[in-house]
Design a protein. Structure first.
Lengths: 301, 360
C-alpha cells in the first residue's frame, strides 16, 4: 500500500514538475512549448561528452553532486533562455497555433542536434549511483531515489511558491500571467518577466533530467517526449495557465497511472496509458476549463 | 501558375444571398481545386517521363502527403482548431487495409487474433483503401462526438491524447496488430496513378466540403465564433462534420501509404509524421487549401534536396556530405524562419485562382 503511494508520488512529481515548466511559459506568453521535452533531453546529454559510441563517456557527470546539480539546472535555464532570445521573441504577436508549431520545430532542431553529436542509440549512464540503494520506511522497502525525488519536488514546489508570492519578481510574473498588457502598462518589463519564466522553466527541465536520468539510468534523445506528453495533458487538465492546477493535475496523473497499473487485469496492463488518456478526455468533458480555471484566460467579447 | 489573391469563398456567399444563382459559389471557386490538381498531374507526368525509380517513389510520397495535409486542412483550416490526433486516423486506415489485403495464410499466422471472416477476406487494394477510409471516418465520428464539445487548446491537447491512445493500443494489441513489430505482406503498388487519383479526390472532397453549407458555417464560426453561434450555427455539430470528413481522408492517406511502403508499424504513424504533415500545412498557410498543397510540394522538395546533400554531393574530387541529422535541423530552422517572416503561412487565407475580370 505504502509502496503504491510512494510510486504514485514519485511518478506524479515528474509530471508535476514538467507541467509546471510548461504552465509557467504559457502563463506569460500563451505559448504551448513543445520544445520543453527536448530541453530535458539536452540536460541529460549535457552530462556526457559528445561521441557517437554506444558507451557513454562521462563528462560533467563525474562532478560531485553539489556541483552537478547546479550545473544541470544552469544548462536547462541557459538553453531555455537562449531559445527565447533567438526564436520566441520574434513570435510574441503570432497566433497560438503558429507559436506551437514553431516550438515543435525548435524541439526538433534540438533533438536532431543531439542526434548529430551523440547518435540515436540510448546510452547507459550511472548518475548518482548511491541513490539507487533501498531504504526501509514503515516496513516498505523503497529506493532512496524515490524518497529523494519526492522530497526534492516538495522543496522545489515550496521554493517556487515562496518565490512567486514573496519576491517582487514573482509578483510581476503573476501579474503578467493574469493580464499581460495591463501588467506592462503598470511598469512590468515584458522581456525580463518572459526571460525569467523561461529560465525557471528551463531549470525545472534540468531538475526533471536529473531525476529521470538517475531513475532510468539511460540517456536517450527521445526521453523527453513521454514525460512531455503527460506534462501537457496535466497542464490542460489543471487549467491552462494555472500553476497550482498544473501541479495538482500532474500528481493526479501520476496517481492514476500507478493505480491503474495495480488495479487493471494483467491482460489490460499494457494498455494502461490508453486508459489514462481516456480518463483525461473524460475529465476535459466535465471540466473543459480545467480543474482550477486560471483567471485571465477566458476570452472577452 | 497565376496566383491572384481572392477572398475566401465566404465573401461570395454574402453576395449570392441576394440573388441565389444555381451553383454560383461552386462555379466561382472550382478553379482552385482544378489548378491544384493540374499542378499534381504535371508533377506526376514529369516523373513518369523521366522514368527514374527512386524519383517515382519520392513523388508517390509527395502525393500521399498531399492526401494527409488536405485531410488535416479540412478540419484544422476550416475550424481553426489545431489537431494533433489526425495521424492516428491514418494509422487506423493503414492497419485496416493491412487486415483486408494481406494473404490469408500469412495473416492467420501473423495476426491470429483477427475474427474469422476478416482472416478469410482478401480484397483488391482500392476496395480496401475505400473501406479503410470509411473505417477511419467511423472512428473519427466516435472520437469526435466526445472531442468536439471541447474548445480551443483543450481540444488540441485532447486530440493529442487520442493519438497517444491509438498508438498505445496498436503497439500492444499483439494478436491483432502485431504489436510494435512491423506488419509485412501488404501488396505494394508501385505505379503512381492510384496515388495521383487519391490526392485529386482528396482535394475535391476538401473543396466540396469547404463550399458546402456546413463548411461555410464552420469558417464563419472560426472567424467570428460569437456572431456565428448567435446566427444559429451549431459549432460542435459543424466541427464534427469536418472532423469525420477529414478523418476519412486521413484513413485513405494511411491506406495508400501502407500500400506504397508495404509494411506498417504503429510508430510510422506517430509524432514525426504528425510533425511533418502539420508543419507542411502551417508553412503553406493553415487557412487555405492551396497553402496546404503548396506547402507539401515545397517542403518535400526541400527535404529531398537536403537528403541528397546528406547522401553526399561530389564536388571536384571529394564528396561533400552533411553529417547525419543536419537535414532535420535545416528543415526546422527553415520552418522557423518562414513562420517568423510570414506568421500565417505562405498563402495566409488565400487560394490560387485565375485572375477575375469583374470583381466587385
Amino acid at each position: 500500500m505504502l509502496q503504491i503511494l510512494f510510486d504514485a508520488l514519485s511518478l506524479g512529481s515528474l509530471y508535476a514538475l514538467g507541467a509546471l515548466g510548461i504552465a509557467l511559459i504559457f502563463g506569460v506568453m500563451r505559448l504551448v512549448n513543445f520544445a520543453h521535452g527536448d530541453v530535458i533531453a539536452f540536460c541529460v546529454f549535457a552530462l556526457l561528452w559528445p561521441s557517437t559510441d554506444a558507451m557513454a563517456i562521462v563528462f560533467a557527470g563525474q562532478l560531485p553532486w553539489y556541483l552537478l546539480v547546479p550545473f544541470v539546472l544552469l544548462c536547462g535555464a541557459g538553453l531555455s533562455v537562449l531559445c527565447e532570445i533567438v526564436v520566441f521573441r520574434r513570435f510574441r504577436k503570432a497566433n497560438p497555433a503558429t507559436m506551437m508549431i514553431t516550438s515543435f520545430a525548435l524541439g526538433f532542431v534540438i533533438r536532431y542536434f543531439l542526434l548529430m553529436l551523440y547518435s540515436s542509440r540510448p546510452k547507459s549512464i550511472s548518475l548518482l549511483p548511491t541513490l539507487s540503494q533501498p531504504v526501509e520506511i514503515f516496513g516498505a522497502r523503497l529506493p532512496l531515489l524515490q524518497l529523494i525525488t519526492i522530497i526534492a519536488t516538495m522543496a522545489i514546489l515550496i521554493g517556487l511558491t515562496l518565490f512567486l508570492r514573496q519576491t517582487r519578481f514573482g509578483l510581476e510574473m503573476r501579474a503578467a500571467a493574469e493580464n499581460f498588457s495591463m501588467a506592462r502598462m503598470l511598469g512590468v518589463r515584458a522581456n525580463r518577466v518572459i526571460m525569467g519564466a523561461f529560465a525557471l522553466s528551463g531549470a525545472l527541465a534540468g531538475a526533471i533530467a536529473l531525476i529521470f536520468g538517475s531513475q532510468t539510468g539511460t540517456a536517450d534523445i527521445q526521453m523527453g517526449a513521454s514525460i512531455m506528453l503527460m506534462a501537457f495533458i496535466a497542464t490542460v487538465i489543471g487549467g491552462l495557465g494555472s500553476l497550482g492546477g498544473a501541479v495538482l493535475a500532474g500528481f493526479l496523473l501520476g496517481a492514476a497511472s500507478v493505480v491503474m497499473q495495480v488495479m487493471l487485469p494483467v491482460d489490460a496492463r499494457p494498455f494502461r496509458d490508453a486508459f489514462v488518456y481516456g480518463a483525461v478526455i473524460l475529465v476535459l468533458l466535465f471540466r473543459p476549463q480545467g480543474l482550477i480555471a486560471a483567471r485571465g484566460t477566458k476570452e472577452r467579447v | 501558375m497565376s496566383a491572384v489573391v481572392s477572398e475566401t469563398p465566404l465573401a461570395g456567399v454574402v453576395k449570392a444571398a441576394k440573388k441565389p444563382a444555381r451553383f454560383s459559389l461552386a462555379r466561382r471557386t472550382i478553379i482552385t481545386p482544378i489548378l491544384l490538381s493540374l499542378l499534381l498531374i504535371a508533377i506526376t507526368l514529369i516523373t513518369v517521363m523521366t522514368g527514374s525509380r527512386p524519383f517515382n517513389q519520392t513523388v508517390i510520397d509527395v502525393l500521399v502527403r498531399v492526401i494527409f495535409v488536405v485531410g488535416l486542412y479540412i478540419f484544422i483550416g476550416n475550424s481553426g482548431v489545431l489537431s494533433f490526433g489526425h495521424v492516428g486516423f491514418a494509422c487506423l486506415g493503414a492497419y485496416a487495409t493491412a487486415w483486408l489485403t494481406i494473404n490469408p495464410i500469412m495473416k492467420s499466422s501473423a495476426l491470429p487474433g483477427l475474427p474469422e471472416w476478416l482472416l478469410q477476406t482478401r480484397l483488391p487494394y482500392w476496395e480496401a483503401a475505400v473501406l479503410a477510409a470509411l473505417f477511419a471516418g467511423v472512428a473519427a465520428l466516435i472520437f469526435g462526438r466526445v472531442l468536439m464539445r471541447l474548445s480551443g487548446i483543450a481540444a488540441s491537447i485532447a486530440t493529442f491524447a487520442v493519438l497517444a491512445m491509438i498508438n498505445t493500443i496498436y503497439s500492444n494489441w499483439d494478436s491483432v496488430t502485431g504489436g510494435t513489430s512491423s506488419v509485412v505482406g501488404i501488396p505494394i503498388i508501385r505505379t503512381i496513378w492510384p496515388y495521383l487519383i487519391g490526392a485529386v479526390v482528396a482535394i475535391f472532397i476538401a473543396w466540396a466540403h469547404a463550399i458546402s453549407r456546413s463548411g461555410l458555417a464552420l469558417r464563419a464560426a472560426r472567424d467570428e465564433p460569437i456572431a456565428a453561434s448567435a446566427s444559429g450555427v451549431d459549432i460542435p455539430k459543424e466541427r464534427l462534420v469536418a472532423f469525420v470528413v477529414s478523418g476519412a481522408v486521413m484513413g485513405l492517406g494511411g491506406a495508400l501509404m501502407a500500400h506504397s511502403i508495404g509494411v506498417v508499424t504503429p510508430d510510422t504513424f506517430y509524432l514525426s509524421l504528425t510533425f511533418t504533415t502539420l508543419s507542411m500545412l502551417v508553412v503553406g498557410g493553415m487557412g487555405s487549401l492551396s497553402g496546404g498543397v503548396i506547402g507539401v510540394v515545397l517542403l518535400s522538395a526541400l527535404i529531398q534536396a537536403l537528403r541528397w546533400l546528406e547522401a553526399g554531393v561530389p564536388i571536384g574530387e571529394s564528396t561533400f556530405a552533411m553529417p547525419k541529422g543536419l537535414q532535420e535541423i535545416a528543415l526546422g530552422i527553415i520552418m522557423i524562419v518562414i513562420l517568423a517572416l510570414r506568421p500565417s503561412g505562405l498563402m495566409g487565407n488565400r487560394e490560387v485562382t485565375l485572375p477575375r475580370r469583374n470583381r466587385g
